[in-house]
Design a protein around this ligand. Structure first.
Ligand code: ADP
Ligand code: MG
Length: 218
């Protein structure tokens, strides 16, 4: 479903990604590891098209990413980040709904889907709370619900558990794996934690010298 061929991305003359090849199948759950500064976020940015200038080719369903308008790519994608990025003055429910409002979905559909997703992530009882009234894990679960509102086929997660203690981190990853299994959303999840990868194993890619290699934990 996602094919990357000979990808090269540099900042100035420095190549951060240098001849990267990667194939992700539909419905796969894949971890992306690698040292700080190895280019993990850069790769994700190219996939969600915050970075659009590169050499090589990224294809989704056989079609080059940059042959389509950005909003068409983004409709197929959900993103979550380490810092949750919820709006402080909006409740959990309003934060989730916002994603649908941006895309111009019908209000009734947005409301129904937002509630259903808050239920999926176990937060319906907290729907009317503001981010400051939610724990880190709850904020991240709200961000996951928000990312899924547009029914994305692919979810990109950049260190989604980076701000959480190990118990909450495992809970978030377990939730992502469950959503992957039940709804078939393809997931690429950046994580630093070997412990989590061992506890909740899945295909693991390691970024090194501008390329990725499959890594088998044993
Ligand atoms: P990771 O997410 O693996 O920690 P990044 O993809 O964020 O790594 O960054 C890879 C390298 O590119 C780092 O050395 C970083 O300093 C550099 N870098 C990232 N973004 C920029 C930018 N906008 N301008 C210049 N250098 C950048
Ligand atoms: Mg990063």
């Amino acid at each position: 479903m996602i094919e990357i061929e000979n990808l090269v991305i540099g900042y100035g003359s420095r190549k951060v990604i240098d001849g990267l090849n990667l194939v992700l199948g539909e419905g796969e759950f894949v971890y992306l590891q690698g040292g700080s500064g190895s280019g993990k976020s850069t790769l994700l940015k190219a996939l969600y098209r915050e970075i659009d200038r590169y050499e090589g080719c990224i294809r989704i369903d056989g079609r080059p990413l940059n042959s389509l308008p950005k909003h068409v790519t983004r409709r197929q994608l959900g993103t979550i980040f380490q810092a949750y990025e919820l709006l402080a003055k909006k409740t959990a429910l309003e934060n989730v709904k916002l994603a649908g409002e941006v895309l111009g979905m019908a209000e009734a559909e947005i409301e129904a889907r937002a509630r259903e997703l808050l239920e999926t992530v176990g937060l319906l009882p907290a729907a009317d709370r503001y981010p400051a009234e939610l724990s880190g894990g709850e904020q991240q679960r709200t961000a996951i619900a928000r990312a899924l509102l547009n029914r994305p086929r692919i979810l990109l997660a950049d260190e989604p558990t980076g701000n959480l203690d190990s118990g909450n981190a495992a809970r978030i990853l377990r939730l992502l794996q469950e959503i992957n299994r039940k709804h078939g959303v393809t997931m690429l999840v950046v994580t630093h934690s070997d412990t989590l990868v061992r506890t909740l194993p899945a295909r693991t890619l390691v970024m090194e010298n501008g390329k990725v290699r499959d890594h088998v934990h044993c």
